[in-house]
Design a protein around this ligand. Structure first.
Ligand code: PEP
Ligand code: MN
Length: 338
């Protein structure tokens, strides 16, 4: 249930709504808003309650029910776009934020070189997996703690924030100590224990869309992070499984306007994992920006032929620099900049 307060509602009036909800054993999330406060009343039995319980309270403008399964991620709860800050970088504002780097952290030399090239081409956040969720248990699983240390070293040396994936609830504290942004991978989109842990950390988090998740399931998964009071959630479209097998995953460009219409959360796109092949990445990256994405997550490797993971889809440094030039022009044409 959504309780919209009047523009001039006092703090006491807002508190009364919150108190009333708590007295009924319901959860509450407050969006203080720039214009007016909105209180989300959450709980499994809110459907049975009359909206009048809140409508009669002083300072309340209107009470409505959110019919969608996701509540906190919805525009009904928060009409204005959310902007997530990572240091002084804002995701969801006019700037298109480019995150780039290797699929996996492989060595000090590889990560430092990758960081240097992506930064000089204009990326402002560096990616690199220290824990890799691999389809086969016999594949390279990542450097783990050593990988985290190298990411911290790259951040220190080049002054760029880093994003890395957390795959297990037990690693959340450790990964959050080293990384500026936690990535929840496609395979973990519905790992609710992990979502709750990352929610509790209240640090910037990228939530990838599951391989076969609908937009509604994805936004409802985002509610797990938001419900813990973490409002630094960034969605990431990375392609879904369809009948089409000419590409690794079908990049669902249509989810960009759909998410933008339904949710206030910033949305980035990962063209690399959808493409599966370096030659397809540029067109998909350009399409994502043209369609309204707030940023991109792109795999770049100093020497893709020697990559331990996802070498086929990694851009070389020079391909990445060329792509960045094209992306700048597209960003400009949609009233944004990189
Ligand atoms: C990744 O970004 O390295 C990754 C494993 O992506 P996804 O979870 O989208 O497959
Ligand atoms: Mn990868």
């Amino acid at each position: 249930m959504i309780v919209e307060m009047r523009k001039n509602a006092t703090q006491d009036e807002i508190d009364e709504v919150i108190q009333r909800a708590r007295s009924l054993d319901l959860d509450v999330q407050l969006n203080s808003g720039t214009d007016k406060a909105v209180v989300a009343i959450l709980g499994k039995d809110t459907g049975k309650l009359s909206t009048d319980i809140f409508a009669v309270l002083p300072g309340v403008e209107s009470v409505s029910r959110i019919m969608k399964p996701y509540k906190l991620a919805s525009r009904e709860f928060k009409a204005e776009d959310s902007v997530v800050s990572v240091g002084d970088i804002e995701i969801g504002g006019r700037r298109i934020v480019i995150m780039a780097g290797p699929c996996a952290v492989e060595s000090e030399e590889q990560l430092m070189e990758a960081t240097e090239v992506v930064k000089s081409a204009g990326a402002c956040i560096v990616r690199g997996g220290a824990f890799k969720p691999r389809t086969s248990p016999f594949s390279f699983q990542g450097l783990e703690k050593k990988g985290l240390e190298l990411l911290a070293q790259a951040r220190e040396r080049f002054g760029v924030p880093v994003i890395t994936e957390v795959v297990d609830t037990h690693d959340v504290n450790q990964v959050a100590k080293y990384a500026d942004v936690l990535q929840i991978g496609a395979r973990n989109m519905q790992n609710y224990a992990l979502l709750t842990q990352v929610g509790k950390k209240k640090c910037p988090a990228v939530l990838k869309r599951g391989l076969s998740a609908t937009v509604t399931e994805w936004l409802t998964a985002a509610d797990y992070l938001l419900a813990e009071g973490n409002n630094k959630v960034i969605l990431c479209e990375r392609g879904i499984r369809t009948f089409e097998n000419s590409i690794r995953f079908s990049l669902d460009i249509s989810s960009i306007p759909v998410v933008k219409k339904s949710s206030h959360l910033p949305l980035i796109v990962d063209p690399s994992h959808a493409a599966g092949h370096y030659s397809l990445v540029p067109a998909m990256a350009k399409a994502a920006i043209a369609a309204g994405a707030d940023g991109l997550l792109i795999e770049v490797h100093p020497n893709p032929k020697e990559a331990l993971v996802d070498g086929l889809q990694a851009l070389t440094p020079s391909d990445f620099s060329r792509l960045m030039e094209k992306l700048r022009a597209i960003a400009k044409s949609v009233g944004r900049y990189i």
